[in-house]
Design a protein around this ligand. Structure first.
Ligand SMILES: Nc1ncnc2c1ncn2[C@@H]1O[C@H](COP(=O)(O)OP(=O)(O)OP(=O)(O)O)[C@@H](O)[C@H]1O
Ligand SMILES: O=c1[nH]c(=O)c2[nH+]cn([C@@H]3O[C@H](COP(=O)(O)O)[C@@H](O)[C@H]3O)c2[nH]1
Ligand SMILES: NC(=O)CC[C@H](N)C(=O)O
Ligand SMILES: [Mg+2]
Length: 514
């Protein structure tokens, strides 16, 4: 299988490079820039891409280029910071631009480059830089310029090293994908052999080998990720896979029943529904700190899975593995340029499980983005209604009830949330947004209903667009849909007399409120 390695120097859009390459049918992986060239060489890449990054080459602590990467002997493409690194290390010169340049620019193809194959005379590209290459290294031809930038692209066709000051990976670089395509297929002569059908087959085969005769526990939430994992592993090892769905007491209205029903209806899974709601709610009683809620829920999940594993072991079989639906963005976040990122919130994470449970992890989706997971799911025949379910966090409604969790407040939020889901579906907006839900605020406000005074709770609507949940923006839902949600919630949900709309992007806000 062809493989492209992307070296991450900390750009906000490094993930997009990986996505573009994969969309073109070539497998790609991102590695942090501290990685040594030897390690990359051992991975036998067919091409290397150096990403952009926020630093200026040469300043203190700026990431350096491991020259060993150029000795691996495969084609190299440097983007923005990557270009500047190449220029600096190969004998060119850098300087600061007179004006920092962000946004669109017209790139003129002023020299030959294989990357320009099939393109016209110029192209609209997207810039984001303050430094520039002022002299190209020996052996390089300047092949692109803009009205403000003498060296916007350069290449050494002999050594197959290409460098672009703009970002071909972003949407706004109109021929960006064509340039990356030329790099992959015209320069590096790769094969487009990465697709979801091959992927599913490979994973099933690998899992079968890895698991051998043992049994596997799969924490199954009914979300897309864990459902795809369960179906893949079911194909690999059948009923040696023990899927456990936990009712943690903070699920949405009918969530448990619905999930278990559709899983049973569509798949021949060995599935157990464990009602641990009382256990969870008892532990959550009186807790209002978001992090405490998350930790309690995370730990209680562990307790439940341990109990289930022990019960299976008591039947005389070995349970060596725990399967979960970790995705690629989770993996990348922990290897990012600056090292492990600050803890914004402790995402309920089954990753804490294995040590305690003495089980190895099986994470078949750790190479994939969410849309790729959906594509695998489609390959496996998972129905659309499951594939397009909005993500629902493990800690559930507990992190959407701001403040203390009580039965009464859970009831209010469940009813409001049901209305949000119903109206999103009825209006055709469910599929268009990443996620939409209700949040119950810890405050009361005055209202007037039927000429009487009310003093009741506030519901916030949180509906967002996103590609991978790393960034998000509030969805521009039509007013009439919002109006309907608001009217229905105030009229139908006892205890609510006001509805507000959350119009914050991520960052600086997050999608969930806690
Ligand atoms: N109620 C639950 N019962 C069992 N396992 C759960 C439950 N909730 C979460 N998990 C486990 O935690 C993992 C992470 O949850 P997460 O919500 O990120 O993924 P998901 O539910 O599979 O997919 P989605 O992101 O679409 O909701 C799940 O893949 C699953 O293994
Ligand atoms: O399984 C999960 N366990 C968690 O603890 C958790 N916290 C947030 N989320 C989901 O992750 C995405 C990003 O959420 P935030 O912007 O709030 O961090 C959104 O899609 C959230 O719904 C979680 N999922
Ligand atoms: N986006 C980038 O890679 C920027 C690189 C460099 N820091 C500059 O400002 O020119
Ligand atoms: Mg989920």
């Amino acid at each position: 299988m062809s493989k492209v390695i992307i070296i991450d120097y900390g750009s906000q859009v490094t993930q997009l490079i990986a996505r573009r390459v994969r969309e073109l049918g070539v497998y790609s992986e991102i590695h942090p820039c501290q990685v040594k060239a030897d390690k990359i060489k051992a991975l036998q890449p067919d091409a290397i891409i150096l990403s952009g990054g926020p630093a200026s080459v040469g300043e203190e602590d700026a990431p350096k280029l491991d020259m060993g990467l150029l000795e691996i002997g495969v084609p190299v493409l440097g983007i923005c910071y990557g270009m500047q690194l190449l220029a600096h290390n190969l004998g060119g010169e850098l300087s600061q631009s007179e004006t920092r340049e962000y946004g669109p620019a017209e790139l003129e193809f002023c020299g030959k480059s294989t990357l320009w194959n099939g393109l016209g005379k110029s192209s609209r590209v997207w810039m984001s830089h303050g430094d520039k290459v002022s002299k190209a290294p020996q052996g390089f031809d300047v092949c692109g310029k803009t009205s403000t930038l003498g060296i916007a692209a350069m290449c050494d066709e002999k050594r197959k090293i290409y460098a672009l000051q703009f970002h071909p990976e972003v949407h706004h670089s109109l021929d960006g994908t064509a340039m990356i395509k030329n790099f992959l297929f015209e320069v590096a002569h790769l094969k487009a052999d990465w697709n979801m059908h091959n992927f599913a087959e490979r994973v099933i085969e690998e899992c079968r080998e890895k698991v051998g005769g043992g049994h596997v526990i799969c924490a199954l939430s009914g979300g897309v990720d864990s459902t795809v994992v369960a179906v893949l592993l079911n194909k690999a090892i059948g009923h040696k896979l023990h899927c456990i769905f936990v009712n943690n007491g903070v699920l949405r209205e009918n969530e448990g029943e619905e999930v278990v029903n559709y899983l049973r209806e569509h798949f021949d899974l060995n599935l157990k529904y464990v009602d641990a709601s009382k256990l969870f709610l008892d532990k959550l009683a009186g807790v209002d700190d978001p992090e405490k809620k998350r930790k309690i829920i995370g730990h209680t999940f562990i307790d439940v899975f341990e109990q289930e594993a022990n019960a299976i072991k008591a039947g005389g079989v070995s349970v060596k593995f725990l399967a979960q639906g970790t995705l690629y963005p989770d993996v990348i976040e922990s290897v990012s340029h600056k090292g492990p990122s600050a803890v914004i919130k402790s995402h309920h994470n089954v990753g804490g499980l294995p040590e305690k449970m003495d089980m190895d992890l099986i994470e078949p989706l750790r190479e994939l983005f969410k849309d790729e997971v959906r594509a695998v799911g489609a390959e496996l025949g998972i129905p659309e209604s499951v594939l397009w379910r909005h993500p629902f966090p493990g800690p559930g409604l507990a992190i959407r009830i701001i403040g203390k969790i009580t039965e009464e407040r859970l009831n209010i939020l469940r009813k409001a949330d049901t209305i949000v889901q119903e109206e999103l579906r009825a209006s055709g907006w469910y599929r268009k947004v990443w996620q939409g839900f209700a949040v119950l605020l810890p405050l009361k406000t005055v209202g007037v209903m039927g000429d009487g005074r009310t003093y009741e709770s506030v519901i916030a609507l949180r509906i967002v667009d996103s590609v991978d949940a790393m960034t998000a923006d509030w969805s521009r839902i039509p007013e009439d849909v919002l109006a309907k949600m608001s009217t229905r919630i105030i009229n139908e949900v006892r205890g609510v007399n006001r509805v507000v709309l959350d119009i914050s992007p991520k960052p600086p806000s997050t999608i969930e409120w806690e």
